[in-house]
Design a protein. Sequence first.
Length: 156
Amino acid sequence: MIITNIQDSSTIEAPHPAFKTLFDYLKSHQLADMPIGRIELDGERLFINNDNPTLRSAEEQTIEVHRRYIDVHIPLDHEEIIGWKTTSLCSDLASDYEEEKDRMFYNDRPSTYITLHPGEVCICFPEDGHAPIIGTGTMRKAVAKVRVEEQGWTQE
């Protein structure tokens, strides 16, 4: 997991070749002013889901894991708490992996929580079990999906 300010993204663009494209887009567009829905930057390789989720309590939120995509969580107008636990320590499987939706869930509790503010991003790799959208009320939020195995980049 990587947490940084969008304006400081140049220091963390190296892990994946699509990160620069994503962060350049985020710096030049006001996602909170854009309609809810999918924003395609590079087809299935790189896209953004612009949403308005209802936040949940830490107790009711489960850990999610993805295999094909890196998640980049981007709060737009409200702080968000995200729980984290490495998948190597997750053991209480809540649902089998859904290939079409690229997700599976665990009942394990996160080992740590972070508070993410507008202007910051949280990058969750496939080994990062994460429990997002924790808090109260609703928020504008975007989640960028970055394909893991693209342009020669693979998870080791």
